[in-house]
Design a protein around this ligand. Structure first.
Ligand code: GUN
Ligand code: FE
Length: 437
């Protein structure tokens, strides 16, 4: 009986995909294999072959001949309760926008029925998107965050979800009643969700330094150390925000140091992702590199909120790990294809208009950031190299017809720029088929 169960398990997560395969080897190089077989065994990639190896002959074949097969996309920064107002209220800068749009909407997630309805819409969109993995902000509410985790668990997407912490500089209706209460709620949330999910894991989420007292950051650090949880937050997004942090934390030499002083900024056992990093100083870049902190580059949000343009090439060249984020609703589109295109386009404007020392990003680099670059936050994710977790999406690019003959790489570039979601005919996450043939 044991043997049978084991065999069935292997069968469900073991199969072959056939099609035109692309993945990033590194940030400069995309591997393309036309009409090849991609082997998934027990949820992991076993590599790409021109013919089916004898050993895998008995595996079921999902035949996507003529279609593109690429790694599932990774969204390193998205606010679930802001999905409802994406595309609205976009004529403000960050701090006004938070007070006018984000905070009033997030307050609604204290109500069970609203959270269920609105998070249901977000989860449905994630399910049908090309995103396989995500780092998600919820709101301050414990019950609302639990609802989001339950709904996301059902989509098959793998995600870190964080109950947001904020105990200062927020309107009364969204400000936690002191560091003690914020920590108590965080512990309750962690306790109540412990081991409840397969795909969804918790991540500590101090909103950003202006929202969190030192006492709160210290309490979160204690939880981090005890439970070895990852951390997500915002860093140096907007000029007024950066000066505000200088006022709030005169003891910190930099914004990054305000996190690091509380040991909430990467390093051994503390995987950390910081969104934006538009205005990082030299020492902060060095600290990020040293502590292995990931950057979630969110180009559309940076445009919508007139924040600026992050010097991504500088980060890549410094060896910092960079992925892409939609930053809904700072960003209006949940599509990481769109984030790839935006990243390229804003880097061109930055190069042309403000700083010609940083060459524009190339398509290879944008594809890398949206797959393997961000995927590294989740482990061996975002590639088809042997041993990587098997996340794949299938795009039928024939539905956007073309008259000429194109290389596989040209077809991929075209999909990055043109994909509107309708081309996706298959989606696999950790070897589980969520959509396909
Ligand atoms: N900084 C603090 N909170 C937020 C948020 O919700 N969105 C963005 N873009 N930046 C933030
Ligand atoms: Fe954000």
């Amino acid at each position: 009986m044991d043997g049978e169960v084991k065999r069935l398990h292997v069968t469900q997560n073991s199969f072959l995909l056939k099609g035109d395969i692309c993945y990033s080897k590194n940030r400069e190089e995309i591997v393309t294999k036309e009409n090849h077989y991609l082997v998934c065994e027990d949820g992991k990639s076993k590599g790409i072959f021109p013919e089916i190896p004898q050993k895998y002959m008995s595996l079921p074949l999902h035949n996507y001949e003529g279609c593109l097969i690429i790694p599932g996309l990774v969204d390193l920064h998205v606010h679930a309760p802001q999905f409802s107002f994406r595309g609205m209220g976009m004529d403000m800068e960050l701090l006004d926008w938070l007070n006018t749009c984000a905070f009033p909407e997030e307050a609604k997630y204290g109500e069970h029925s609203y959270a269920e309805k609105a998070y249901g819409m977000f989860a449905e969109e994630m399910k049908h998107s090309a995103t396989a993995r995500a780092c998600v902000f919820a709101s301050i509410h414990v019950d609302g965050t639990k609802i989001l985790m339950e709904l996301l668990e059902k989509t098959g997407v793998i995600a870190y979800v964080g109950k947001v912490n904020m105990d200062r500089n927020a309107p009364e209706y969204l400000c936690e009643a002191g560091a003690g209460k914020s920590i108590e709620d965080t512990r309750r949330w962690l306790e109540q969700t412990k081991n409840r999910f397969g795909n969804i894991k918790p991540i500590l989420t101090p909103r950003f330094i202006p929202s969190c007292t030192d006492e709160l950051m210290q309490g979160l650090h204690e939880i981090q150390e005890e439970q070895q949880l990852p951390v997500q937050s915002h860093l140096s997004e907007n000029l007024s925000e950066v000066s505000w942090v200088k006022e709030l934390c005169p003891w910190a030499g930099s914004y990054a140091e305000a996190y690091n002083r509380h040991k909430m900024f990467g390093g051994e056992g503390c995987p950390t992702v910081m969104a934006h990093c538009v205005y990082n100083e030299k020492e902060e870049i060095q600290l990020m590199k040293q502590q292995g902190v990931f950057i979630a580059h969110c180009p559309q949000s940076n445009m919508n909120l007139s924040s600026g343009i992050a010097p991504v090439r500088k980060y890549l060249e410094a060896g910092i790990r960079v992925g892409l984020g939609s930053d809904i609703a700072g960003g209006s589109s949940i599509s990481i294809f769109r984030a790839m295109t935006d990243a390229i386009q804003v880097s061109k404007l930055r190069w042309r208009l403000c700083d010609d020392s940083l060459a524009p990003l190339k398509m290879e680099e944008a594809f890398y950031m949206g797959t393997k670059g961000g995927g590294a936050f989740f482990g061996e994710v975002g590639s088809f190299e042997q041993g990587y977790e098997f996340d794949a999406i299938i795009l039928d690019d024939r539905t956007v017809p073309y008259p000429q003959s194109l290389t596989l790489k040209e077809r991929l570039e075209r999909m990055i720029y043109l994909s509107d979601g309708r081309q996706m005919i298959g989606k696999y996450v950790a070897g589980r088929c969520m959509k396909g043939i």
